[in-house]
Design a protein around this ligand. Structure first.
Ligand code: MD3
Ligand code: FE
Length: 199
């Protein structure tokens, strides 16, 4: 593996420029009915990342805590469906026998980042997480679940990574973007999609 963390798999350039453009269009179309919003931590601190969701469930955070829910926290409407291309990608790259039931969509404008954390709000922590990056390159940090050293790698537009097995509970975060590294996202920045089994 590129990190030496068993269970971390990276497919650089898994989506070509045309596939990235189509997927971005689908995400931006969905965001017209399910707009990006800025969640707050349970302590009331706003995230620098804006979020929305696709599929039956998506992860939300507010003063009541972290959870997966079937509706957008601002509009109260159901999340838009997951694009078929994402479901196909999940099948092709993870081989997991059940489809994802949640897709979190993170929007990073230039100064956004995401602190080191673990993803553990999902019911089945044996199911993989699949991540698709679009737009500006991100400096991604990852380390073992147990702690210790972390390592840094770049996630560029069209890159896909899967977290399975021992990497599923890895600590990870986004340190920063490389400004201007892509022209894909209108207004600049990066969109990351994570497909998950929440329930
Ligand atoms: C490692 N997103 O949404 S994607 C998240 O780029 C999240 O927006 C980051 O961390 C982003 O929770 C990182 C790569 C990623 C996604 C999920 C993971 C790495 C992961 C789950 C477990 C371990
Ligand atoms: Fe995460």
């Amino acid at each position: 593996t590129p990190t030496g963390l068993p269970g971390f798999r990276l497919w650089p350039g898994a989506l070509d420029a045309a596939a990235q453009a189509v997927l971005l269009d689908q995400v931006l179309a969905a965001a017209r009915t399910a707009p990006f919003y800025r969640p707050v931590t349970p302590g009331g601190r706003p995230f620098s990342v804006e979020m929305t969701g696709l599929g039956p469930l998506a992860w939300v955070s507010d003063r009541a805590g972290y959870r997966y829910q079937p509706t957008h926290p601002v509009t109260g409407e159901a999340w838009p469906p997951m694009p078929q291309a994402l479901l196909d990608l999940w099948d092709a790259l993870t081989g997991w026998p059940v489809p994802p039931d949640a897709c979190l969509v993170n929007l990073y404008r230039l100064d956004a980042k995401m602190g080191l954390h673990q993803d553990r709000d999902e019911a089945d922590l044996t199911a993989p997480v699949l991540s698709v990056s679009l737009g500006d390159t991100a400096v991604f940090r990852i380390g073992a679940a147990e702690g210790g050293r972390t390592q840094s790698l770049k996630l560029a537009s069209g890159d896909v990574c899967a977290l399975t097995g021992p990497a599923r509970l890895a600590r990870h975060g986004i340190d920063r973007l490389l400004a201007g590294s892509s022209q894909l996202v209108p207004g600049g920045g990066r969109i990351n999609l994570t497909l998950r089994r929440a329930r």
